[in-house]
Write a new protein. Structure first.
Length: 259
């Protein structure tokens, strides 16, 4: 059986700078895979390529058997790839419920004119979205906050809400950009339990960027390591912890003694 997702020899150049250099990776359905590396290694650039923000200079992306290279972000999302961001991007002045409802609108079929006229089809879809948003908030443990402004939530709950909004788009592959950023150790443990639970509940495959090694080593089944835009290692958490190139990259050894 083919992997759910494959990146083949991705190259991303900005002028004379090569931010991603011949990166290949594959993710099987149901896996939780980590993408790690020092700051500036090219991790978020890879996410931007996968989600259609950037078109790669060369290389290809295959998702669920389809070539998605060069598709727009909205097209990628409709095919089943969702993401969160390193810096939380919620509609802070909207309620928790409204933030999740926005995610569901990706799947709505009523056009703008139906919304203006409030046709029966539009009204029925809006009712369905409200019901599904409430159900999703219950599944992720946020239903008690549904009428509160998103910006008023505790930090950990905001992270969870951003993930919930991504889940509302009905993804098969969920990309998480530093979901544990700013969390204390207890919140990190809660995040790991939460990610395992949503993987099971929503039949998800997860690719995450993370600097918190407790989270990475505690939840990822496989890990890819980038350094200066190049893939330097791939393996299980145990293999990555012992890999000399990874240790060298994270210790910041001077360029003159790098391999």
């Amino acid at each position: 059986m083919a992997p759910l997702f494959q990146a083949n020899n991705l190259v991303m150049q900005f002028g004379g700078l090569t931010a991603v250099n011949k990166v290949s990776m594959s993710i099987e359905k149901g896996e939780i895979v980590g993408l790690i590396g020092p700051n500036g290694a090219g991790k978020t650039t890879v996410f931007n390529i996968i989600t259609g923000v950037y078109r790669p200079t060369s290389g290809s992306l295959i998702f669920n058997g389809r070539n998605i290279t060069g598709l727009r972000p909205d097209q990628v999302a409709k095919l089943g790839i969702a993401r969160t961001f390193q810096n939380i991007r919620l509609f802070r002045d909207l309620t928790v419920q409204e933030n999740v409802e926005i995610g569901y609108h990706l799947r709505i079929h009523s056009g703008p004119w139906r919304a203006v006229l409030r046709t029966p089809k539009y009204v029925a879809e809006e009712k369905m979205i409200k019901e599904r948003a409430s159900q999703l908030l219950a599944q992720v443990g946020l239903v008690e906050y549904r009428h509160e402004k998103a910006g008023a939530l505790p930090y950990g709950a905001q992270r969870r809400l951003e993930i919930a909004r991504a889940l509302a788009t009905n993804p098969r592959l969920l990309l998480l950009d530093e979901p544990a950023a700013g969390m204390n150790p207890n919140e990190g443990l809660e995040l790991m339990a939460f990610l395992r639970e949503i993987r099971k509940q929503f039949d998800l495959t997860i690719l995450l960027i993370e600097h918190d090694m407790r989270v990475v080593m505690g939840i990822c089944e496989r890990i890819y390591v980038l350094d200066y835009g190049t893939l330097i290692a791939e393996g299980t958490p145990e293999q990555i912890q012992k890999n000399p190139k990874v240790i060298q990259a994270y210790l910041g050894v001077d360029d003159s003694v790098r391999d």
